[in-house]
Structures are given as C-alpha cells and as structure tokens.
Design a protein around this ligand. Structure first.
Ligand code: NAI
Ligand code: MG
Length: 349
C-alpha cells in the first residue's frame, strides 16, 4: 500500500497527524507513506503549489491522502500560483472525475444540526459531484466591453462523455443503496444542464431497477433543508455539487465531519475532507479531524478494497461522537489530538 500524504496548509497539517495515527493503529501490512508538499507550503518551499516532485509521487502512489490548502499569505499571488490551483491540478492530472461525498446523520448529533432533530436524523445520502469539468475548468478571464466596462467571464461546458461516465458510477452506487438517484441541474436555464439531463436519461436505461428523478438546483438546495431524508444518491456537476455538499454538511452537524473520495476509472483515488484549510482556527489545535479520518476510511474502501477496516474506522468515529467527545465546531471542548486519541482508543477496544 503506497500512499502519498499531502497535508497542505493550515489545519491540513493538524488533522493529517490524527488520520495517520488512526491508520497506524490498524496495523496495516506493507503500509508505505511518502510525504510531499502541496499548496502554500509547496509554494514557499518550491515556488509552485503543485511542484513536479509532488506530482511524480502522486502518480506513482496507489492513493493520495490530502489535507487542505489555502494559505491566506498566498492570496495576492497570481491565480496559477495560488494554493487552490494545486487541488484543481491534482484532480485533473489524476483524472479523478467522480467525487463521492457521503452525508449521514450521526447518532447523538441530532440536536447539533442546523435542522430539527427528526429531519436531521433521517439524513443518509451520497453526493456524486463531477470534478474535472464545468465552469471551474472552462475558458475564463477578464476583459473590457465595448462600453468600456470591466467584465469577468467563466465558460460552463460539459461533453456527453464527461456526463455519462460519472452517471454510470452514480447509478452503480445507487444499486447498492436504496436504488434512488436524483440528478440535479438547471435545465430550465442552462444548455449544459439540458445535455446533462438527456445523457443521464440515456444512462438510466441500463439501470432499470434505479428510480431516477431530476431536480433543479435551487429546489434541491431547498429540499436538502426541508426534507433531506428523501435523497439517496444525488448526482450533479462540479459547481452545484460544491455548494450542495457544504450545505449537506451543516445538515449533518459540521463541515468537520464530511469526508470525500475522488475516483477515476482505476482504483487510485484522492481522499480529502470537504472543508478547506480553515485559517481562522489553524495552529490552535481545535480543528475537528473526523472528516480527515473518515477520508482515510474511504481510501481503505475504494483504493484497497478493505471494507472491514474502513467500517471499523467509521464505527469508531461514530462511537466517539455518540460518547459526546465533541470538537469546538460542535460546541464541545475536545482538541484535535483528543479526538484522535479517542478514535484510536476505540479501535483498540
Ligand atoms: P473552510 O472550509 O476552510 O472553513 C469554513 C469554516 O468552517 C471556517 O469557519 C472554519 O474554521 C470551519 N472549519 C472548516 N473545517 C473545520 C474543521 N475540520 N474543524 C472545525 N472547523 C472547521 O472554508 P473557507 O474559510 O471558505 O476557506 C479557507 C481556505 O481554504 C481558502 O483559501 C479556500 O480557498 C480553501 N479551500 C480549500 C479546499 C481544499 O483544500 N480542498 C476546499 C475549500 C476551501
Ligand atoms: Mg467547497
């Protein structure tokens, strides 16, 4: 098991320590961890947020564990040198076009969700966010209009192959769950969405046992708050998925709880929490490492076919939350390290 460990900036460094302790506690055979710089740290040390040596390690590894990037000291750099470009670059280079973001209620947290307890308690959904296309990767720039006004533009584009390949993965996942798939778009306004909907309908023919529905993204945002329990698998594009998954995290309780896996066609994947580098709390030892730890569990499941070990970690995190060992993001007092300690202790018992 060869894992590239890219902790990144801000709380990325702090939460990664805990995820690695959890992996260590599992006593995995042949575990090889290679660390490399990414993001602001990489810019400071190598002059680029995604230096060639980091990319080389990533492409040689079986999986990538990624913390977070986004160093505010880099805010004034040119766009291609900003830490966030490393995330986009990694996803593109690894061709990890399918981003899985599970959001499931944790027992004991119902009262901490932004939603009413019975509504929050019913959450058990899996978002598939397309990751290598859409408005994030289209032509973009700023120009001056004929009227002399400054204008910014970003082109949103999807081709049918980009849509169908993630649709197949999402339908497959739905077959192993409650067999419901809701595709989210804005087909009343956007041509990319008209195509998205048509291709998803075509792919659906291969999965007659999955109940397919379509929803406009503005309605989906509303429904996620009104009745998130109605969703099983949600399939959507890059920008809609970005926004809806942050929203889903608060329905569960905290952004510090949601993990993600980014997958392509092979078994190599990129595993990271859905949150960023949280510069407002970095260095204080109060970040919640759960999302990072759960991302390591997703890595064991998807890249190494270790379902049992993955579930063990997930149960340990859930048990720790149920015991009331809560981080600051959930109104508790447990430090990053104390949460890591509790998960490791739980695994040992
Ligand atoms: P953020 O996700 O870093 O933080 C949002 C809020 O949630 C902050 O108040 C933060 O303290 C809190 N938070 C996030 N993770 C937490 C955790 N594990 N435990 C406790 N509290 C937590 O988003 P923000 O502030 O918009 O962005 C900060 C930087 O991160 C920016 O430079 C942004 O571009 C970058 N970013 C990087 C991502 C990545 O590395 N994949 C993803 C999202 C943002
Ligand atoms: Mg985001």
């Amino acid at each position: 098991m060869h894992i590239a460990v890219l902790a990144g900036d801000g709380i990325g460094q702090e939460i990664m320590v805990e995820a690695l302790r959890v992996l260590d506690a599992l006593g995995l055979p042949d575990l090889r961890l290679d660390h490399a710089d990414v993001g602001g740290v990489a810019y400071k040390n190598h002059g680029h947020p995604l230096p060639p040596e980091t990319l080389e390690l990533v492409m040689a590894a079986d999986a990538v564990l990624f913390g977070a990037v986004g160093d505010p000291e880099c805010d004034d750099l040119e766009r291609h040198l900003r830490p966030e470009q490393a995330v986009l670059g990694l996803r593109k280079e690894m061709q990890t076009f399918a981003n899985l973001r599970p959001a499931k209620a944790f027992a004991g947290l119902e009262n901490l969700s932004a939603l009413k307890p019975d509504i929050a308690g019913a959450i058990n959904l899996l978002i598939f966010r397309e990751l290598t296309g859409d408005i994030y990767f289209g032509e973009k720039g700023q120009r001056t209009t004929d009227a002399g006004l400054r204008e910014g533009y970003d082109i949103m584009a999807y081709d049918e192959e980009e849509i169908s390949r993630i649709a197949h993965i999402a339908f497959n996942a739905a077959q192993g769950r409650r067999k419901k798939l809701c595709s989210v778009d804005k087909a009343n306004v956007l041509q990319t969405s008209v195509l998205w909907r048509a291709v998803v309908n075509e792919v659906a023919a291969d999965y007659p046992d999955v109940e397919l529905s379509h929803m406009y993204v503005d309605n989906a945002a509303m429904q996620l708050v009104r009745n998130p329990g109605q969703f099983d698998v949600m399939l959507t594009g890059n920008i809609f998925g970005d926004i809806l998954s942050d929203q889903a995290s608060m329905c569960v309780g905290s952004i510090g709880l949601l993990a993600s896996a980014s997958l392509g066609t092979g078994t190599r994947g990129l595993y990271e929490p859905i949150h960023g580098s949280a510069p407002d709390i970095a260095g204080q030892g109060i970040a919640n490492p759960s999302a990072m730890i759960l991302s390591a569990a997703m890595m064991l499941r998807h890249s190494f076919d270790m379902e049992e070990k993955a579930s063990q970690i997930e149960r340990a995190v859930a048990d720790v939350l149920q015991q009331g060992i809560l981080g600051h993001d959930l109104g508790g007092r447990a430090s990053t390290c104390e949460i890591g300690d509790a998960v490791v202790a739980r695994l040992a018992s």
